[in-house]
Design a protein around this ligand. Structure first.
Ligand SMILES: NC(=O)NCCC[C@H](N)C(=O)O
Length: 401
């Protein structure tokens, strides 16, 4: 099946999710900061919340694919298995003896068992060692709460590790050490899984940092790229070059955002809910700026601006104005609901979106503006600081109409 995503709001047909599992159970008060979670989620409840999300999508006719299943199927391809295993044991923290021991351990796992370890990690005490199977000096010096293979709790946020731009996939280059290995998995899935044979790539993980949460497909041919804590200016420029070379867009808007956790990605402050409307954190509606980048005749990106984001976006999209759903919230409620991903909606179709139920005021404002809101629980999922858009990677969207 051909994958194609031309906008943020075209009817969603296929989406990639990751149902959280053992990797969330690895979070402790000692490691949650470095693993980019703001709390310790209740795993069973997080799974229930995620199942509700997936069920809501299916009920609207969306095909839901899961990373762990695609990964297990990918690992049945010997070349993929060899490549992924080699990249995991290549970790310089291991040293040669432990590296051999871990490689040996992984050899005995079937594809779904191996997928489980690649996502859930391998704790010190889960690796059996003996005189015949020594872990060596590194293993001996490791604390029992350390990981031989780090877990990937943020795989839940499938938005960030790959993004489809029209018929090509951008495997991203994740900025935070805790997330980098995610793209080893997404890259292998797209290269080796039979479903994705012939997929063409527009970006890869070896390039400058770009995260999918910073990439918004405002309209066919118009892409906004947030630049801040995650995506770097060089990443935005590289993605612009790649997109122009492949003729996937005519205009890129590069949007500087504050470098802090609350606004880690552009989609934490603005998401689209209709072909000409966004829900946006009021604090930024008037201040957000954009540089407009187009392909020059010599292939060099040509930069103009900065100009107000809403004006630059409307001009690039060739519409009179980009409507902002005025959340009308008092600043404290707005700040609380932004933190809890109130602005991070996933459009299933124009004027139909999924949102966390807890953002009562933001959702009411969306409805007053004529947007249908499918509410899902997210009290546990939200502890990773991501909402419905962060937790989804659209692979196929049909026309906006
Ligand atoms: N697009 C998004 O905003 N994704 C949310 C990512 C949350 C994750 N805990 C992170 O810090 O990367």
């Amino acid at each position: 099946m051909t994958n194609y995503v031309g906008s943020e709001v075209g009817r969603l047909a296929t989406v990639l999710l990751h149902r959280p599992g053992r990797e969330l159970a690895r979070l402790t008060p000692r490691n949650n900061d470095s693993l980019l979670f703001d709390g310790i989620p209740w795993v069973g409840r997080a799974q229930e919340e995620h199942d509700t999300f997936a069920a809501a999508l299916r009920a609207r006719g969306v095909e839901v694919l899961y990373v762990s299943q695609l990964l297990a199927e990918t690992l049945s391809v010997p070349e993929a298995r060899a490549e992924i295993t080699a990249s995991v044991v290549d970790d310089p923290r291991l040293g040669d003896t432990l590296r051999r021991r871990v490689a040996d351990h992984l050899t005995y796992l079937d594809p779904s068992g191996l997928a489980g370890v690649l996502i859930g990690g391998l704790a010190h005490d889960e690796l059996r060692t003996s005189v015949d199977r020594p872990g060596g000096l590194v293993y001996s010096l490791m604390a029992s709460n350390e990981f031989v293979i780090d877990p990937l709790p943020n795989l839940l946020f499938t938005r960030d590790s790959s993004v489809w731009v029209r018929d090509r996939v951008a495997v991203t280059s994740l900025a935070m050490p805790a997330r980098r290995r995610e793209t080893t998995l997404t890259d292998a899935i797209y290269r080796f899984h039979p479903r994705f044979v012939g997929t063409q790539f527009v970006y890869d993980a070896s390039l400058e940092p770009v995260e999918g949460g910073d990439v918004l497909l405002l309209a066919e041919g118009v892409i906004a790229i947030g630049v801040g804590e995650r995506t770097t200016p060089a990443g935005a420029e590289r993605l612009a070059r790649r997109v122009f070379e492949a003729e996937l867009a005519h205009t890129i808007l590069v949007v500087p955002i504050t470098q802090e956790r609350a606004t880690m990605h552009l989609d934490t402050i603005v998401t689209m809910v209709d072909a000409d409307a966004v829900i946006m954190y009021p604090k930024y509606a008037d201040t957000l700026q954009a540089y407009t980048v187009i392909a020059g005749a010599d292939g060099e990106p040509q930069v103009d601006g900065p100009a107000p984001f809403l004006r630059a976006a409307a001009d690039a999209m060739d519409i009179g104005m980009l409507r902002v759903i005025d959340t009308g919230l008092d600043p404290v409620t707005a700040e609380r609901e932004q933190w809890d991903d109130g602005n991070n909606t996933l459009a299933i179709a124009p004027r139909l979106c999924v949102a966390y139920e807890r953002n009562v005021e933001t959702n009411a404002q969306l409805e007053r503006a004529g947007i249908e809101v499918i509410r899902i629980p997210g009290s546990e999922l939200g502890s990773g600081r991501g909402g419905p858009r962060c937790m989804s990677c659209p692979m196929l969207r049909n026309g906006v109409g």
